[in-house]
Every structure is written in C-alpha cells, then in structure tokens.
Write a protein that binds this ligand. Sequence first.
Ligand SMILES: [Fe+2]
Length: 416
Amino acid sequence: MPADLRERYARMRRLTERLCEPLAVEDFVVQSMPDASPTRWHLAHTTWFFERFALARWQSDRPFDPVYESLFNSYYNSVGEPFPRARRGLLTRPTVAQVFEYRHAVDQRMDRLLGDLGHADGQEAGAVVELGINHEQQHQELILTDIKHAFSCNPQLPAYRQLPTPAAGSSSPSNDWSGYDGGVVEIGHAGASFAFDNERPRHRQLLQPFEIQNRLVTSGEFLEFVNDGGYRRPELWLSLGWSMVRDEGWEAPLYWIMRDGDWHQFSLGGLHRLNPDEPACHVSFFEADAFARWSGARLPTEGEWEHAAAGAALRGSFVESERYHPAVADGERGMTQLYGEAWQWTASPYTPYPGYMAPPGALGEYNGKFMCNQYVLRGGSCVTPTEHMRATYRNFFPPETRWQFAGIRLARDPRK
Ligand SMILES: [Fe+2]
C-alpha cells in the first residue's frame, strides 16, 4: 500500500468538512431536485463507501448502523436495495450531528486499517481506498454544485461565501484557434497511477485534421447568441434540445437572471452583474451544441480534446483556489483553460473504449452501467479538486444537464 495513502485519506476527508463550514444546519438537509442530493447525504454516502467496500472486507467491526446500509447506498444494487434517490431530502434522521459522528467513527477505523494492513492484502485494500478517495472527491464537487442549486431556489439568493472579485482590467484574450494534423493517435489511461476504469484501456483513434479554440467560450460571446434569438431559432437545435427549450422555457444559461434590464448571474458568491469575459457556464450539451452551430463550428470529440490536451500542464482554478466560479482567461497565448474553470462538453457519447471491461463485483457498478444516453465532459471545473483531474478523465452527464459547472470549447474542421 502506498505509504502516503493514510495522509491523503485524512487530508481529503478534512477538505470535505471544510467545504461544509459556510453552511447552516438547515442547508445540509434540503434536496432541491431529484438530480441533486442534500449535503448531509453526500457526507454519509462517501463514508458508507469506505465502510462498505473497505472496512467490511478487511476489518471485523460491526457496521456503525445497519440501517445506513440502505439509506446511504447510492446505486450499488448488488449490495442491497438503495433508498430512492429522489427522496433523499425526506430523511430527517440521522441528524446532521449524527452523520458527523458516523464520519468520525469511520475515520478512526480507517486510520487503524490504513496503519495495520499487512502486505498480503495491502495492494488490493490500497486500490479500494484510492477509489474511495477519488469517489469522495467527486462528491466534494457535487456538494458545491448541489448547494448552489439549492440556494438558487431561494428568492434571497444567499451566498455560500464572499468570493474574490476579478482583478481590474482582466479581459479574455482574442479568440484564437490551434490546428492539429490528426492521424492515428492514442487516448486513454495507461500505467499504474490511478484512473477510473472508464479511462482504460489506452487505444488508438483516427482523427481527421481539426482546429480547436485556445480558450473557453465567454459569457459575452454566449450573450450574442442569446441576443441573436438563439433560443428562438429551431434550426440551430437538435430535436431533443429544441423540445427542452420549449418545455422548460429556456432563454439563457441556468443562473442567468435579468434584473432591471441587465443580465446578472447567480454564483456561490450570490448575485452579480454578468461578466462578459468570464467563461460561459451552466449550459447543457444541447445549448453548447446549438451555440456551436450558430458559430459555424462544432463541439470537439473527446479524442480531439485529449489529443490537444496531451502534455499540457494542469493549470486552472480548481476547488482549492476557493474561487468557486470560472475565472477569466489570463491572456497567455496558446491553449489555455484546458483544466479547471468549467467542464467542457464534447460531441462524444459516453461509451466504453475498445477492450473496456467493468471490474468484477459490486464496484463494477461504478461506471460501466451508465454508458448509455450521456455525453462526455473533459477538463474539470472550479469546484473540482486539483488532484482529481488528468488529461484522460471522462466525466459524463445526460445532454439536458445544466446544474453542473459545464461550459464550451469549440472545434472546427480546417478551412479549405
Ligand atoms: Fe457516490
């Protein structure tokens, strides 16, 4: 087992609780929609993951509370019947305080496990703990994403925290493109370092020549689409996307609010005037796709994105920056904003790579069974933990999803 795992586990768990510090007890229990979960549930579910998949296997202690086995199981049908996702907000017990007790009890047991494990089981246990750490990092992002949605439902539009204001004079650089020759390239994760199963195996893909934007699409650019009637022109939309526009009354990205004749944007810092230089965020795949069509471009495939990102430094605003909002591009030349800021929708459906095999057992349910009706996003966001991100990382959401910190980077075929 890697020697630093014990320390990394403890550090990761502390970050989760630090993210909760600005919350009042009432904030922990609310569920604003079926897709979002209460903070309290995230705190308990991530703890359950370690208890169920590490402690139950390598320690003989009884479960903290057998009822939690169902209450905090998300979707692992092979270990029991999960409590219905859409009803997580109806649970007033265990209390928030009891969930923190549960976390700390499991932390003590995990510390013992991580300190005691002999070499025989060490490697397998280490892999499960590593998965648990990465799993909780995904939920750290969801805690902020979900509480933002919950706060947005409150007419007072409360702030999670006071956020730093952008430096005066910061403005996005001009919209340049980088060109790539394509050909047979390799994508996907290889080697012993951690990656989710859905990032493997590394394999070859044939890319046509392509160009890709050097930065994310800005709110100002997206506003031009809005002002050009983008949400009222069916020819720009995929059929399912147009149905969403009609059925849901979409007129702008989620969290854009018109006040006194000006567009404002709700963020984790509260309501502020829309900054046209910031990356556009909280758009669905359908909106990203319609914007691309309006721009005479398209979304990149995930192979194009990963090829363009290969070798690039992992730079950008992640959760540790405590910005909690996508930052304006810093004016550097070349490919920027690959990581952090806002997830980037790709044109690629979330499907298994050639040769993919879901792992055996309950943990095989982690990724593989969701490879249907979703699209891949790349790059991470301003609420993703830094060490969670890498070039091969594949996030995935249904195409109508808007509450995620998701934005747009365009691609296009080279001009003849
Ligand atoms: Fe989970």
